[in-house]
Design a protein around this ligand. Structure first.
Ligand SMILES: [Fe+2]
Ligand SMILES: [Fe+2]
Length: 403
């Protein structure tokens, strides 16, 4: 009997181990990006982070679909404390640039390299579904790595990046199979992450720390002012993305489906923000001159994740449709195709966000120990939204207590 020795180095057991490691790294990257999105000040980074975390969610989804075919449960810890430590530490970056450089110049290039090697070494036909997943993940990851190469071009690796590289080496690399080096000491630059209760903006922006009643009054003036106001507001929808990101960060025990939907929700809001930026630019206006009402985020962040989610999906999002429909009719009648298209796509996204709220609120309430009928909770939270948000009051309870 002839025994053929295969050339492939990734057998099924190794395949599972590797897929679990990738899934873990991609998932933790989503969580880190979500945690930092409100804390990062630079608007261009926030916009990029929204896209990155949604694309990472696509990668986890690809890996999840393959993992559930080869193991139960599909999601398993990587069974390697050193790898867990790497991803736990990556959160505690000294600042937003270091964070992104650490994730995208240290961890991601190694991950991409591992995906390439894995794709060459697995049994091509028997493991074709893995190859399909890795092929598509690599498209995004190559772009992410290229983004960081351009963004940090000419900038030498920082102590923080050296630290993460040493933690990765301590974990035996992405594969875990490389020789493991000593665990590195924590660098002085390491800064313990704190949940962002305020939304950061870079120095270009003026911060509006008060109620927004003025805008409502302006809306009544005329259609041109109303239209400008609508797209200025779109350019502030980063505030919604930041709240969704915070909810992801505050909800580590929610199921994967919630994280997947919320990654999309967060990404959508960064795209709505971009839509406002684009519209203003197309009309010769600079979005950085629009004052940012970050008090809205700060006000929402005082509440538990379920209340924040309900305020957003059942307050703001569920109540936006009459206003948007009126806008759409107006733009269509005026032959304003650009504005009409932007609002149409926005409404399609927002319908989905309201549906996410309906789908996930019961479980999020349970995770936050809220024991009342869902309908009652929604009713009470929408009343809270009317009282504190629609009124324009946006009370900051802690500040009042301090004062
Ligand atoms: Fe939106
Ligand atoms: Fe939304």
């Amino acid at each position: 009997m002839q025994i053929v020795k295969p050339a492939e180095q990734v057998d099924m057991a190794r395949n599972k181990r590797l897929l679990n490691r990738y899934r873990f790294i991609e998932y933790e990257t989503i969580r880190i990006l979500a945690a930092w999105l409100p804390a990062a000040g630079r608007m261009e980074y926030k916009l990029a982070m929204g896209r990155f975390l949604w694309e990472e969610a696509q990668h986890v989804q690809h890996l999840f679909q393959r993992l559930r075919e080869v193991q139960t449960p599909a999601f398993r810890p990587p069974d390697d404390p050193a790898l867990e430590e790497l991803m736990a530490e990556a959160l505690h970056a000294p600042d937003e640039r270091s964070l992104l450089a650490g994730l995208f110049r240290v961890i991601k290039p190694a991950l991409l390299q591992s995906y390439r090697w894995h794709s060459q070494q697995t049994f091509a036909n028997p493991d074709a579904p893995t190859l399909y997943a890795l092929k598509h993940i690599q498209l995004d990851e190559s772009e992410h790595v290229a983004w960081a190469e351009a963004e940090f071009a000419g900038q030498p690796a920082s102590d923080w990046e050296h630290y993460l590289a040493a933690l990765l080496a301590h974990a035996g690399g992405i594969s875990g199979a490389e020789p493991r080096s000593q665990k590195p000491a924590r660098p002085a630059a390491r800064s313990p992450f704190r949940t962002p209760v305020k939304a950061a903006r870079d120095e270009r922006f003026r911060i509006l720390q008060r109620h927004w009643g003025d805008a409502e009054e302006r809306r009544q003036v005329n259609e041109a002012a109303r239209r400008l106001d609508e797209f200025e507001n779109y350019s502030q929808e980063m505030l919604a993305a930041e709240t969704v990101a915070l909810i992801i960060h505050l909800s580590p025990d929610m199921p994967w489906g919630f994280v997947y939907d919320s990654a999309r929700h967060c990404y959508d809001e960064t795209r709505h923000c971009q839509l406002g930026i684009d519209w203003l630019r197309q009309h010769g206006l600079d979005y950085t001159t629009v004052p940012q009402n970050t008090r809205i985020y700060q006000w929402r962040s005082q509440y538990d994740a379920a209340t924040q989610y309900c305020l957003l999906t059942r307050g703001n999002e569920a109540h936006a449709f009459p206003h948007r429909r009126r806008s759409l009719a107006q733009y269509t009648a005026a032959g304003d195709q650009l504005s009409a298209q932007y609002v149409s796509y926005d409404m399609a996204d927002e319908r989905q966000h309201v549906a996410f709220g309906t789908k996930w609120l019961p479980e999020l309430m349970a995770k936050n120990n809220i024991e009342m009928p869902v309908e009652q909770f929604i009713e009470e939270t929408v009343a809270l939204w009317q009282r504190e948000y629609v009124s324009g009051d946006l009370p900051l309870w802690n500040e009042r207590e301090l004062a």
